[in-house]
Design a protein around this ligand. Sequence first.
Ligand SMILES: [Zn+2]
Length: 205
Amino acid sequence: MIADEFLAIATPALRHHRGADSVTVSAVEPSPHGPLVRWHGPLLATERERTPKGGATCVGPVPGPFILDVLARTISLRWRDGAPRCPKDWAERLGRRHREVFRDSPFECGAGWRWLWEGAAELMKERGVPPGFRTTQAKEKFGTIRWYYDCSDDYEYTQSLVDSVEHLSAFICEECGKPGRIWQGGWIRCLCPEHANGRKIAGGG
Ligand SMILES: [Zn+2]
């Protein structure tokens, strides 16, 4: 169930990454953060691609292994206490627990992304919150997460973490945290089929 959920999000999230079809799950193991998916992706690139272009450098997408580590942590937190549930005051709790990351910035989005925010905050704290880091906005826009922040230094790790959260939110239901996709029907939102409730698929029929 947990491995299926991981793959149902990882597969579309990495569809433009070379080597994505090499990703497999070997186990789901207990960890201090909850049941952690052990995955392998031997053919995924591990570095951001950099191509010089007219004096500047074009930086490629976040490497697949980085994204999968964020996803594995997100899912482990979701299943940490058994079947996922979400208290009404999830946003206040999350803000309190990770004040040094979110700085009392309100979460302007649904509860289904709470584990994604939480996983990223934990990973950032384990590595050390960068000097001057301050979340200025944490919200939903056009169906995915927008995480705006200030930081006194240009940390590639921080940018990769924020990029991963924003990217993964396009494949996780904003309402419940199950695998989701972008739908439209009045609003553009990322939802599981259950919560989409007859909405149309963006760009589709
Ligand atoms: Zn849902």
